[in-house]
Design a binder for this molecule. Structure first.
Ligand code: PLP
Ligand code: ZN
Length: 464
């Protein structure tokens, strides 16, 4: 293929390609996942990452203001006049000593990359602006996704803010947080609630998109992952272009980890960084397919020749035991991650590990992150819970420099936060008890006080 930008099969032995404009997002030869690929010799690439710093100053240009598109030379699939932005990626990477201490790291060694600051409140906007741009390049009028909540919130926001496409959203019944559902409804997306879970909804949306020619924005779409690479560029920028030792990320459909490794692999190939960090993916214990396959069944990328029979027999066992993903970290409540092969490649490229953490530890980590000043949703906190486990095991050293990705905003799921902190046992039991959480370590309980000045003063003096 002589094009500068095209889509390429992830299986090196297949060699299948598709045009930039193709929207099937499956290899035409083998049906496997595709990457967006560039002929880097034919696109202008900056000589140093410092090149990007100056763009901050150019706030009058929306493409330089965007935390995604100011790095557009590193995802050069769209001409400037085709790019769609609503100001995504204005996020921060904050040094977090109190959380470091909880996780067992020395002071100054932990940074939290807070993606809750995006327009729709999660990292998904990094990828959505890229997929949305590609969708418009292909002339799409409708876009669809299946979602545990944040992808649909993001799609709804982009459709509403740009008025360029109609959003169609598939959600499972009952398993979506109200914060996310409210975004889909408020921003006017057509919302279909499927009787089934996320894995069911994802299967259906792919069928429907094919049949009706609707553009699919799930993370099987490789253009989403191009946008998500910029999370890593911003991390590097915050660390003055020094590569951290570890990046720790929650794993659901495994798009983020795949995209992060692609970002680092390309930067290394282009000579813009000297080494890549290690990656740690954290599953919730109730949705830990990747952990089981990678750490317990020894599944490896193996140059693209990974053992599909291990995956097939694992899924067959899930089905025959009627095991459904079940965690209160709803954003990662996924048992059949679509990007599994890419994630295997990512861990191969970045010497990665996978861990699984129980819901109770996720909630405790979330409370500690909140007490440290950044509010995140449960799935995001899996990163810190997993880090803590890896430090305890000695896999991550106390003095290594670590970045945990906080993927979504605390207000996405305030029910769970209130249930955690509440003094009301019934609320706790209804929300957390039925998910097997017996107690919480860091509850900040509300203090009931009579409407009486003396009693209020006494309460403050007793508890303050
Ligand atoms: C989508 C999502 C994840 C999972 O990311 P993947 O790329 O699917 O692994 C984690 N946390 C939050 C808040 C999410 O919205
Ligand atoms: Zn192929």
């Amino acid at each position: 293929m002589s094009d500068t930008v095209f889509q390429q099969c992830t299986d090196p032995a297949c060699g299948g390609t598709a045009d930039l404009s193709a929207t099937a997002f499956r290899c035409p030869r083998c049906g496997g996942l595709l990457d967006v690929a560039y002929d880097w010799n034919r696109v202008p690439v900056p000589k140093s990452l410092k090149h990007f710093e100056g763009k901050w100053a150019n706030r009058a240009n929306p493409l330089d203001f965007s935390g995604v598109w100011r790095f557009r030379e590193l995802l050069p699939f769209a001409p400037d006049d085709a790019i769609i932005t609503i100001g995504e990626g204005q996020t921060l990477c904050q040094r977090a000593d109190a959380v470091a201490s909880y996780a067992g790291l020395n002071a100054g060694r932990l940074f939290l990359q807070y993606e809750g600051m995006n327009p729709s409140g999660s990292f998904k906007d990094n990828g959505m602006c890229a997929a949305f741009t590609h969708a418009r390049m292909t002339g799409a009028a409708r876009a669809a996704c299946a979602s545990t909540g944040n992808t649909s919130a993001s799609l709804a926001v982009y459709c509403a803010a740009t008025q360029l496409m109609r959003g169609v959203i598939f959600i499972g019944s009952g398993k979506i947080s109200y914060g996310k559902l409210s975004q889909a409804l408020e921003h006017g997306a057509l919302t279909l609630q499927i009787h089934g879970d996320f894995d069911d909804a994802l299967r259906r949306v792919q069928e429907v998109s094919r049949q009706l020619g609707i553009y699919l924005v799930n993370s099987v779409n490789p253009f989403r992952l191009e946008g998500q690479k910029t999370i890593m560029y911003r991390v590097l920028e915050a660390l003055r272009w020094e590569v951290p030792d570890w990046v720790v990320v929650p794993g659901g459909n495994l798009g983020n980890v795949s995209s992060f490794a692609k970002a680092f692999g390309e930067l290394a190939e282009l000579g813009l960084i000297a080494r890549v960090p290690r990656l740690a993916v954290i599953n919730a214990a109730g949705a830990d397919t990747f952990y089981q396959l990678y750490e317990k069944h020894g599944l490896r990328w193996n140059g693209g020749q990974f053992d599909q029979s291990k995956i097939d027999s694992y899924y067959t066992a899930l089905d025959s035991n009627n095991r459904r993903a079940d965690t209160l970290a709803s954003a990662i409540e996924i048992n059949r991650p679509v990007n599994l092969p890419k994630a295997l490649r990512a861990l191969d490229r970045c010497n990665g590990v996978v861990r699984s953490v129980p819901d109770a530890e996720i909630l405790d980590a979330k409370a500690k992150i909140g007490a440290g000043g950044l509010g995140c949703e449960p799935a995001s906190a899996a990163s810190v819970a997993g880090l803590r486990q890896l430090v305890r095991e000695g896999v991550i050293g106390k003095d290594e420099r670590v970045v945990c990705i906080l993927t979504g905003h605390v207000l996405k799921d305030s029910d769970e936060t209130v249930a955690y902190h509440t003094a009301d046992q019934a609320t706790f039991d209804a929300k957390l008890g039925k998910r097997g959480v017996k107690s919480v370590a860091f509850a900040n309980r509300a203090v009931p006080v009579p409407n009486d000045l003396a009693a209020i003063v006494k309460a403050i003096e007793t508890h303050g």
